[in-house]
Design a protein. Structure first.
Lengths: 309, 309
């Protein structure tokens, strides 16, 4: 069996070493622009160019490193080619960490305590009630479910929203555009975005949706920059309807140096670091899935290309 | 039944309103220095003066607001007087929040990302492995157990230490002074102190104990300032053995304005705010316990005065 590796932005050697150990029977190659590669059975990709796809007519499956397949699905892919997302590969716990840190930091006002320390000021603030800080999680896949459960562990009221109905223990769930979305937003004060990016969800966080959050709302975007209309967020921060935001993803990455988010006093910026793909976990998972496919067994994580995730 | 309220530092009115609603049959009074109060059956106290105790010969039980009874047990109390700690009263979840926020902030290096944002710098850091960040929780009562479980939820290896053997799901537990403590410390990199303050635990965090933590150790003290030898912590930070500390309690509170912790670049100071007593929860719990005592039933939270907690 032949496997080709085409991950722009990633040093291939450590991946090849890991794959060689996990799948000794495989014949591995690395794609290089302008160099012909033999047609492979499986590809491991991140942001591959169209030329790579065009030169690989025999692929049975494409494994996407990372949780979002939006960039991949914008390419022209042969009909019937299986696109596979990794189920988790260590990302869900990182997402839970990132989001819980941001929610607790906001709820407990640790940023204000940090400023007080800088002034040498000993002053405790009146505790706020967690019942007033319902957190709404958009997107209830592997990452969203783990985040929602982690927030429940701190006794926050948690709402969940997804395209289709879902049931999650201890979480009040809503679904569908229109009324379902509006009811979800008006029941939430802190919004966590973990949606896949599809034509339907592009620009979903704008004046109309964010304006429906409870007063003092807070936005945490850990999915894709294109979900959020950045000017609308800034306007709602400046009008006082939103209290702040923690943003890990942006319409343009790296975030341009002149962008107002960098210096906004109530915006926390991180450089798309909320959940990184962990190599060892990813390799183990890819090896398991390739073996299952070779045996003709079904695997989890196959993307519904029409749906977009 | 008569109840007297003696909480220095607390406005009594909201407590009296809540107690009146929860225990309408009770006759409530508030202690004032120099004014005689009728002998009561129950007292609700925080840091009461010796004079208060001396003027209350008929008390059946003393309810301590807050988790630590160290200050109370330094008073001269009549033999046989029941000292009762509140089981939780909303403090455990706050403690879990505070500690998880501090651990995640350190592990994920969010302080460095914050500094990078201030410089307008987009640069992600290599992810660190959580297997290298075993967290050791000292004290496995209501607060410590909740904190340990919350940390397990983020897949950190968690060690626990207590005076006597305890079993906690998913936590590697150690016990006893000497070898048990040493094994616990050398298995841990992040140390969370939630011990009661007793003659045995005073100064327990010093050069000898903190020096046994794994290199790059991190200290989170949310129990009592007198557990920690502050100069030893500073020396271990400056030698590079410890990477940092998050401290909520201090030998002198408020922390004196000239104390080096205020400005140390790797020390986070908060003003004894990790877990505040929540009034409504406390009142409900006190009412439940008083009713049980009146019916002659046993209650949880009675302090072993010889043991000190």
């Amino acid at each position: 069996m032949k496997i080709v590796f085409c991950c722009t932005d990633t040093r291939p050697e450590p991946w090849l070493d890991g794959l060689r150990a996990a799948l000794p029977e495989a014949d591995l190659s690395v794609w290089q622009a302008g160099v012909a590669t033999e047609p492979a059975d499986y590809a491991i990709v991140w942001a591959p160019p169209q030329a790579f796809i065009d030169a690989q007519p025999r692929l049975k499956a494409l494994f996407n490193i990372g949780a979002g397949v939006d960039a991949l699905l914008r390419l022209n892919l042969p009909d019937g080619l299986k696109v596979v997302r990794l189920d988790d590969a260590g990302m869900a716990v990182q997402m839970a960490e990132y989001v819980c840190h941001a929610v607790i930091r906001h709820f407990r006002e640790f940023d204000l305590y940090q400023q007080a320390q800088a002034r040498g000021e000993w002053a405790f603030r009146k505790p706020r009630h967690r019942e007033d800080f319902a957190v709404g999680v958009m997107g209830l896949g592997v990452l969203g479910s783990r985040v929602a459960q982690a927030l429940r562990g701190f006794d926050f009221p948690v709402n969940g929203w997804s395209r289709n109905p879902k049931v999650l223990d201890g979480v009040q769930t809503f679904h569908g555009m229109g009324e379902g979305l509006h009811a979800f937003l008006s029941a939430s004060r802190v919004l966590v975005n973990l949606l896949p990016l599809t034509p339907e969800t592009r620009d979903i966080l704008g004046r109309d949706t964010l304006g429906r959050l409870r007063p003092g709302g807070y936005v945490i975007n850990v999915a894709r920059g294109a979900h959020l209309v950045e000017e609308d967020l800034l306007a709602l921060l400046d009008s006082g309807h939103l209290a702040g935001a923690t943003l890990d993803v942006f319409r343009t990455e790296p975030l341009p140096t002149t962008h107002p988010f960098w210096t906004h006093p109530r915006v926390t910026v991180t450089p798309h670091t909320s959940a990184r793909t962990l190599r060892d976990e990813s390799i183990a998972q890819i090896a398991r899935k390739i073996r299952a496919l070779e045996r003709g067994e079904p695997i989890a994580g196959v993307v519904d290309r029409a749906r977009g995730y």
